[in-house]
Design a protein around this ligand. Structure first.
Ligand code: HEM
Length: 590
């Protein structure tokens, strides 16, 4: 237990320092000021401690799996096979590597951006093992794991931002206060909602409340309420110096209870036969798909659902902020956003998302919705424009603010690279071949983490491609309409070629994943694969044709705008010329 608490505690302290250096402490002339020295030293110290705690946690987890004392698992071959062959071992090793990376680079953090990249690395290390944490007693694996990932992400920012205030001078603390309140508000909301969702998947309400697990959860809830009350007092500036350390220590106490909570998980009575599919996919085998099941079943994918709720909350916040300024945001864009988000939810947690785990043809339908159809709706809702018009700006010339951060991201070299038409097309279509004609597809389908990475890739590749083609948001790289048309025609033919190649494949491409599931319906796996390829072809071409029409309309409109601009310019020129001729003729008359 001590290693779990130390590991979670150390990682949260590292995140605290990095959140402070990335978002809370200002730069002067492009460099962090002396005010950051204490936090930089704290980062060096805690990241070193994190390496040790992460290694200890790795060994303690291994010893727990073998149900033996730590010294008995200290054998090179045992450690090597756990670190390389077991998913949990691999993820814990990844965590140690991230702790090492953060520690090595910690003394070189001199700018907000440097801290931001290290923060991303640290969070990847913190979250990786959570994807392989124990499954839920009752609810779906997807919901249990997804909500726990959001829980850990939220608590890292909550504890991180609040405790970073303890490292600051009074002046810097006063300056960072509002921003910490905003971060704490959003992250504490995420922690409470995800904690409740997670407890719901793990607790049998009628029975488990009276177990040590239930009691610990009840204690956590009570302490969370207490800490929220203290936080509201601090926000009213009531004895900040005394209450802040108290708030931070209660948060660390709750964190410690959380870190060991899974040790007390109520033992699940295994009713009936062993459910292999549930072990493999995290969901029991659904009955054969019918129209109503495909339309109305719901199996929440906790993480993607959490992400969709978060971006929807941000979008609504933006629209409300604009309307408070008396600026009307086009309703069509909000509707387009709502359609896009609903489609993403349907293809990840709805009936389509559910059957996509069990049949290739439904997988391909979900893939097409995630990468082709939903992204067009999201792109046409202009989320970047809304963000740039409503995100908070810096408080003075030295501070960039979240809006500045987004702008520097949009103008950054990596963004210029991936918005290049050829790169965007390669990611969009090239990844089809990389995924389906290599063992990667079977690998990713076989783990919850892999499946989620695949879904996020589909969404990301689609958003990028259609942003470059039909995006109405600002794009530093201006792509000519002709190039966009060529890209779409290229995408169309590559997609057709891919679908035909897949339809004519006479061997399965899933590396035995679907066979392992022993699906009692649609048992002909090869025909399921061929039908999937055909569906992919049909569903893929339609959005491209829609984008083609939209591009031609945008082209005609921009030409019309250009023509009217040219007309206006020549009208002005003509007027000036006439004025010149008039002056000339009046001079000659004199
Ligand atoms: C409404 C309040 C909360 C509820 C209902 C709640 C519930 C839960 C549940 C059900 C788990 C999963 C335990 C398991 O693996 O079986 C969990 C894990 C955890 N919770 Fe909470 N929690 C709450 C608030 C918090 C707060 C405020 C913190 C820290 C400040 C926190 C820190 C943690 C940690 C560190 C874990 C372990 C994550 C891991 O497995 O890596 N929780 N919580």
């Amino acid at each position: 237990m001590i290693f779990e608490i130390a590991n979670t505690g150390a990682s949260v302290m590292v995140v605290a320092a990095l959140v402070s250096l990335a978002f809370l402490l200002p730069e002067r002339d492009g460099w962090l000021t002396n005010e950051a020295h204490k936090t930089q030293r704290f980062l060096v110290m805690t990241s070193g401690f994190w390496i040790l705690a992460a290694i200890g946690n790795f060994l303690a987890t291994l010893a727990r799996i073998f149900d033996s004392p730590i010294n008995e698992v200290l054998k090179a071959n045992v450690i090597r096979s756990f670190a390389t062959q077991i998913t949990l071992g691999r993820l814990l090793t990844f965590q140690i590597v991230m702790a090492l990376l953060v520690s090595i680079l910690s003394s070189r953090v001199k700018k907000n951006d440097g801290a931001l990249w290290l923060l991303i690395a640290a969070l990847a290390g913190v979250l990786a093992p959570v994807f392989q944490s124990h499954s839920s007693a009752l609810g779906s694996h997807g919901l249990a794991i997804g909500s726990l990932v959001i829980h850990v992400l939220g608590l890292s920012f909550w504890i991180g931002s609040v405790s970073s205030l303890l490292l600051m001078s009074t002046e810097a603390r006063a300056r960072a206060f509002t921003r910490v309140s905003t971060i704490a508000l959003w992250s504490s909301t995420a922690v409470v909602l995800s904690g409740a969702m997670n407890a719901w998947t793990r607790l049998r309400i009628s029975q488990d409340w009276f177990t040590s697990y239930g009691a610990l959860i009840a204690l956590k809830i009570t302490l969370t309420i207490a800490v929220l009350v203290v936080a509201s007092l601090i926000r009213k500036s009531i004895s900040v110096d005394r209450l802040l350390p108290f708030e931070v220590s209660v948060l660390f106490a709750i964190m410690s209870i959380g870190a060991i909570l899974n040790r007390f998980t109520p033992v699940e009575e295994v009713s009936g036969s062993f459910d292999k599919t549930r072990e493999l996919v995290g969901i029991s085998m659904p009955d054969a798909p019918t129209l109503s099941r495909v339309f109305f079943e719901y199996e929440a994918n906790g993480l993607i659902l959490g992400l969709l709720i978060f971006v929807t909350a941000l979008y609504i916040r933006g629209v409300v902020a604009l309307s408070r300024r008396g600026v009307k945001w086009p309703v069509g864009r909000t509707i387009s956003f709502a359609i896009g988000i609903s489609l993403l939810d349907y293809a990840t947690s709805g009936g389509l998302g559910l059957y996509a785990h069990f049949s290739f043809q439904y997988h391909m339908m979900a893939h097409m919705v995630l990468s082709m159809i939903a992204p067009i709706a999201i792109i046409l809702s202009a989320p970047i424009t809304l963000a740039l018009r409503t995100l908070p700006i810096g408080r003075d010339k030295d501070e960039r603010g979240i809006r500045g951060l987004l702008l520097s991201f949009l103008h950054s070299k990596p963004t210029a690279l991936w918005t290049h038409p050829i790169i965007a097309l390669a990611i969009f279509d090239g990844s089809l071949f990389a995924l389906y004609f290599t063992p990667l597809f079977g690998e990713l389908m076989s783990s919850h983490f892999g499946h989620m990475v695949m879904d996020l890739h589909f969404i990301g590749a689609g958003l990028l491609f259609f942003h470059v083609i039909v995006g109405i948001d600002p794009n530093p790289r201006r792509v000519h309409h002709l190039v966009r048309v060529v890209m779409l025609l290229a995408a169309m033919s590559i997609h057709a070629f891919f679908s035909v190649a897949l339809m004519s494949a006479n061997s399965l491409i899933d590396g035995g994943y679907y066979a392992l599931l022993e699906r009692p319906w649609a048992t002909d796996l090869l025909s399921d694969q061929k039908v999937g390829a055909a569906i992919g072809w049909a569903m893929g071409e339609i959005p491209i044709v829609v984008a083609l029409i939209a591009t031609f309309i945008q082209w005609m409109r921009s030409d019309a705008r250009e023509a009217s601009r040219a007309d206006k310019r020549s009208a002005v020129d003509l007027a000036e010329y006439n004025e010149y001729l008039r002056k000339l003729s009046s001079r000659e008359d004199k």
